[in-house]
Design a protein around this ligand. Structure first.
Ligand SMILES: Cc1cc2nc3c(=O)[nH]c(=O)nc-3n(C[C@H](O)[C@H](O)[C@H](O)COP(=O)(O)OP(=O)(O)OC[C@H]3O[C@@H](n4cnc5c(N)ncnc54)[C@H](O)[C@@H]3O)c2cc1C
Length: 453
């Protein structure tokens, strides 16, 4: 029977009786409606250990939460124990050894601020409030990846509390198998990651922020932009990475937005991106040569505080024909009923990401050209199901021209999700799961399963 006194738990314990529960249970994706039994804000490792012990004692499922950005809300759940580590957010930089150590609850903005002030770039994500550990455990895409590798490629050490409540340190030399797994398949699967140590990259003071917005373009213009994009990536300088969103917005209409970073001058950006200039007069080009910190700040500031959405992310290996591109564009010709925004987004890969092998870490789809995101956003609750169905229907075509799914852009309806997320790395991941979490204490709807269970 559940001990409703929650005796044994330490940290800030929030239950359904608490006034703040309603706020504390929310996910960034406001379409997620989950009601955990208890949320524990941990401050020290002992709070985590006590929470794991308590959950096991009462046979309750555990969810690990850091920045709350899981698309499908798997860092929470109904009647589960949420171990929230967002208050464990210390950052320490050692410039002499060339490392930065963060606690598990640090978010993108906090890390960019500390490193940026010291003149370092960081290969994190674009959204300010995404948890760095959540992002990195799934690989970690960002605008600096082509130059610096994935966020997870820069890891030197990870500390984790396992199902027994014991602290494990994983590096290339100790618990190497776990270290391998945590770089691409670590989110929620093996234990609570309490710290990560990254190597510091070379200092880079300035960079060019790239912002191109084609507003109100027609099908043919969008097609030309898409073709130009695909052509550009065939021989793109690794100092650049971009994201291209082909959108249909209730406010702005149809358009294409290209955002990115070049670790180089504005003049170089002009040359590299010149092919986009002649496509349409509707393109607004804004290139700013500013500090790396300001580049990251401006990218972050463009994100909304939260949304209601359904989204998926898949890997692109093919060179699309003009006909295939036209079909992709057509998917968002109309928005879903009640939808306020729909987009097909391409996130650039290549460069340093492809310099490691598919089996070097658990991040399998390294040699893909892009990640293709597909998304629908709505505002009123009553349209939720229609938008979810709409995305499902459109994904039938996208699935037929893409391979595998990006674990950081998860999609609840994937049938063979383990194979889709981890490709041929799945068998090894299952063995590692068996070794480090044999009783599946860390279990969630799309977790790695031990065979036979
Ligand atoms: C607006 C937005 C922008 C995004 N931008 C990017 C991007 O640019 N690049 C990119 O790669 N991804 C991006 N993502 C996806 C994001 O990286 C993943 O959703 C990531 O898992 C979120 O981590 P979190 O800590 O914020 O979320 P949470 O919901 O707290 O956690 C996400 C998952 O990771 C697990 N987890 C989190 N912290 C830990 C930990 N310390 N130990 C063990 N497991 C943990 C959780 O259990 C859960 O399964 C974006 C998502 C959103 C909503």
């Amino acid at each position: 029977m559940i001990d409703f006194n929650y005796r044994g738990l330490t940290g800030d314990v929030i239950t359904k009786e608490d006034f703040s529960y309603e706020e504390e249970r929310k996910a960034w994706n406001r379409a997620i409606e989950k009601y955990p039994l208890v949320i524990i804000y941990c401050h020290i490792n002992d709070d985590i250990i006590n929470a794991i012990t308590w959950a096991k004692l009462h046979s309750l499922e555990i969810r690990i939460r850091s920045g709350r950005h899981h698309y499908e809300g798997y860092s929470t759940g109904n009647d589960v124990v949420v171990i929230d580590i967002s208050k464990m957010n210390g950052i320490s930089v050692d410039e002499e050894i060339g490392t930065v150590k963060i606690q598990g609850g640090v978010r993108n903005r906090e890390l960019y601020e500390v490193l940026g002030e010291l003149g370092y770039p960081f290969p994190g994500g674009g959204c300010p409030t995404v948890g760095v550990s959540g992002l990195t455990l799934g690989g970690g895409w960002g605008y600096s990846n082509r130059l610096l590798g994935l966020a997870s490629d820069n890891l030197l050490e990870i500390e984790l509390i396992d199902y027994k409540g014991e602290r494990i340190v994983a590096t290339d030399e100790s618990n190497e198998d776990l270290f391998w797994a945590l770089r691409g398949a670590g989110g929620g699967n093996f234990g609570v990651v309490t710290s990560m140590t990254f190597k510091l990259p070379e200092k880079i003071k300035m960079a060019t922020l790239i912002d191109i917005d084609y507003i109100g373009v027609d099908d043919n213009e969008i097609l030309d932009i898409f073709e130009t994009w695909a052509h550009l990536y065939k021989s793109l300088d690794k100092r650049v990475n971009l994201k291209m969103g082909i959108y249909n917005s209730k406010i702005k209409g149809r358009g294409v937005r290209i955002t990115g970073i070049l670790y180089g001058s504005k003049e170089e950006a002009d040359i590299i991106l010149r092919p986009f200039k002649n496509i349409s007069e509707k393109g607004v080009f804004d290139f700013n040569y500013i500090s790396v910190l300001d580049v990251n700040r401006r990218i972050q500031d463009s994100h909304p505080p939260y949304e209601k959405y359904k989204s998926a992310g898949r890997f692109v290996y093919k060179d699309y024909s003009r006909n295939e591109m036209a079909k992709i564009i057509k998917l968002i010709e109309e928005r879903a009923n009640g939808g306020v925004y729909a987009a097909v987004s391409l996130y650039g890969l290549g460069g340093a990401i492809g310099e490691k092998g598919k089996n070097d870490t658990a991040f399998y789809y390294r040699d893909a050209k892009f990640i293709m995101g597909f998304q629908s956003v709505w505002e009123e609750y009553e349209y939720a199901l229609m938008n979810i169905e709409w995305v499902k229907e459109k994904l039938i075509y996208i699935n037929s021209i893409t391979t595998g799914s990006y674990i950081n852009f998860p999609y609840a309806e994937i049938e063979d999700y383990e194979k889709e997320y981890y490709g041929e790395n799945l068998e090894k991941l299952r063995e590692i799961k068996l070794k480090y979490d044999p009783y599946e204490v860390f279990k969630f709807p799309q977790g790695i399963r031990i065979l036979g269970k």
